[in-house]
Design a protein around this ligand. Structure first.
Ligand code: GLC
Length: 633
């Protein structure tokens, strides 16, 4: 019955729409509260008023979304807008970057984080988040590894599904739910050389085995929207790839939702060399199965003419429009278009949300090395906290912080000060050395009992358009580290970064290394808890740390070769100047406890395709620290 009412409503509405208004529903424009691409949308308000815009990104807060929604409601057909935004790891309360959070291996925690982001987003007037990003990547030169769940397809698939459940909840009309958008379909995590936006070239087998499982899992979990990738696949841009979008995604995988392109991906087809004009690009995209054009405005400008010339049928456009309108119906927008923006202000990080963010931050850190049990540190000694990231709140939030506010975040120093007496020195900038800062840091270190050095990447060094060919710590930071080590004081290295770094030198010099990513709003507090032993590290890497950048791309999941590695055999698969394996591989992560793993048994010697077996083992914590162990099979 409800389905019939919906259908009747949508078809009646469709029957009243001109081709221009249909194209309008497929047109996603950007507001100016954030900039996530090069092109801006001109005359946004006029287009909304005319019914030439179906959704808006980069506008949030109840007041800002309400102002635009009221314009849409005053348009001839009064069709409400959908508001979308890059809520990648929280909207107001920022939790760790996705790569960091994935290291918790805690899917329940990830689902709760996504749910918190959904509630905060909806309270900010939003209906749609551009997450989860589920692109598998084996190359930390690519800056966007920060936004994903690492190198493993199986784990990536579990995480993708958990996040979709967290965002969408059980009912989209529930004001605490938002539409998830799985991105970037497909293979965006495998650009050649790790360079963002670069070409991808891959076998169908690698697609199936390694890259597709997380997208598929997100679809199976009910994700309502999919975003196309910037790259081409087999020479055809993803946004015009009928095999990918229609045969595979809709046909084989049964995807029922709608497909949006990435930012200006339609008109970028001219640069790919696969479309001569914007209008031709629009035709190719629609033909391939795209429903909505992000910011290009090629659908809006091109579709009416394409229908008139017969190059595109109106039925094709109708199918896309019905998908978008159907989602608006499911969100309850036709019933109560102002439901998410009829209150005064958005919610700010609440105590409960901060608590969850802290739990997430605590579980995301990975203890890479802890020689002689240097960590945890006693609070009752003279501690010097040194480094360009030691007192940075902004860098603790990382890339893509949505409406997150650095003033509400805790830096390492903020966290340490709540627990112990600390002195602080910066030592250098992120990429520039400074003699005075260095001298100051060395003096503080010499007078301390123990040093904690916080080094790594600032927030702009990972995320979109942030690929690097050298993934070591910047030169000035390595200089600082050398001088601090020369004081002879016991020294813990805390690395903050959006990617696995090349830490071979650091590994050879520091007794203890803790990987702390960008941990979000509560990062500094969680870091102090782990450093001082109030909590034991839990994280296990979801992406290996290479010994040398020259090993990249790399993965623990390599297939056997005909000439397996043998250091003593010349004609075996190896490098002359570095081992094959990772310095810290996928799955690596220490804790303060010491675990004994018992024998492994299995309840059946056989398993049918699609079947299940159960594996048992006994895990014993031999130490006096409470700790968590994640078992990997
Ligand atoms: C970008 C990104 C994508 C994001 C979109 C909207 O260029 O590639 O991840 O969701 O634009 O901001």
């Amino acid at each position: 019955m409800a389905g019939m009412i919906k259908d009747a409503f949508l078809h009646e509405l469709l029957g009243r729409m001109s081709v221009e208004e249909k194209a309008g529903q497929l047109n996603l424009l950007t507001g100016a509260m954030d900039a996530t691409g090069m092109k801006h949308s001109d005359d946004l308000e006029a287009k909304i008023r005319a019914g030439h815009c179906g959704a808006v990104l980069n506008v949030y807060t109840p007041a800002a979304t309400r102002a635009l929604q009221e314009l849409a409601l005053a348009s001839p057909l009064q069709i409400p807008l959908i508001f979308g935004y890059d809520v990648i790891h929280g909207q107001r309360t920022i939790y760790p970057i996705p790569l960091g959070l994935s290291c918790s291996w805690n899917q329940d925690l990830m689902q709760r984080c996504a749910q918190m982001a959904a509630v905060e987003s909806a309270a900010d007037g939003l209906h749609w988040v551009y997450s989860p990003m589920v692109d598998i990547s084996q190359d930390p030169r690519w800056g966007r590894v920060a936004e994903g769940a690492g190198e493993d397809p199986w784990l990536g698939a579990q995480i993708a599904a958990a996040m979709v459940r967290g965002y969408q909840g059980n009912d989209l009309a529930d004001p605490a739910s938002v539409l998830a958008c799985v991105k970037h379909f497909a293979l965006y995590g495998a650009p050649m050389g790790g360079r963002d936006y670069h070409t991808v070239d891959m076998s169908r087998r690698a697609m199936e085995e390694t890259y597709f499982p997380p997208y598929r899992a997100a679809i199976d979990a009910g994700a309502r929207t999919v975003m196309t990738a910037f790259n081409d696949i087999d020479g055809i841009p993803a946004s015009a790839n009928r095999w990918l979008l229609t045969e595979l995604l809709r046909g084989q995988w049964g995807f029922q939702g709608w497909i949006v392109t990435d930012y200006t991906a339609v008109t970028e087809m001219k640069n790919h060399g696969t479309a001569a004009t914007d209008s031709d690009a629009a035709r190719q995209s629609l033909d391939a199965g795209v429903d909505m054009d992000m910011v290009s405005e090629a659908f809006l400008a091109g579709l009416p003419g394409l229908v008139e010339s017969g190059a595109v049928s109106e039925t094709q456009i109708d199918a896309a429009v019905l998908r978008v309108l159907g989602t608006k119906w499911d969100l309850g927008l036709f019933r109560d278009p102002l439901a998410r923006c009829n209150h005064e202000s958005a919610i700010h990080p609440s105590p409960e949300n901060r608590k969850l963010a802290r739990e997430a931050a605590r579980e995301s850190m990975v203890l890479l090395k802890n020689k002689g049990g240097l960590l945890p540190l006693s609070k009752h000694q003279n501690i010097a906290l040194i480094g360009p990231l030691a007192d940075s709140r902004r860098d603790m939030l990382g890339c893509w912080i949505a409406a997150g506010d650095e003033a509400l975040a805790a830096s390492p120093l903020d966290g340490f000060r709540e627990m112990a007496e600390v002195v602080h020195a910066k030592g250098c900038g992120i990429s520039e050395g400074n003699e005075d800062l260095l001298a100051d840091a060395v003096r503080e270190a010499s007078q301390a009992d123990v040093v904690v050095l916080v080094l790594g990447e600032c927030w702009q060094m990972s995320g979109e358009a942030a690929s690097r060919t050298d993934i070591r710590l910047p030169q000035c930071q390595r200089e600082l580290a050398k001088h601090i080590l020369e004081t002879g004081k016991p020294c813990v290295l805390v690395t903050m970064s959006g990617r696995p770094l090349e830490l071979a030198w650091e590994d050879s010099q520091f007794p203890a290394i803790l990987q702390a990513w960008a941990l979000g709003t509560e990062g500094g507090h969680a870091l102090a808890e782990v450093i001082f032993g109030d909590a034991a590290p839990v994280g296990k890497l979801t992406m290996g740390f290479p010994r040398r950048v020259g090993q990249l791309p790399m993965t623990y999941r390599e297939k056997p070769t005909g000439r397996p590695f043998d250091a003593a055999v010349q004609y075996s698969s190896k490098y002359l100047d570095a081992p094959n394996d990772a310095l810290y591989p996928f799955g690596h992560g220490l804790t303060y406890g010491e675990f004994r793993h018992g024998a492994v048994t299995i309840d059946s010697p056989e398993m049918q395709p699609g079947g299940t077996v159960t594996v048992f083992t006994e895990v014993t914590n031999l130490s006096t620290h409470a700790a968590t162990e994640t078992l990997q099979l």
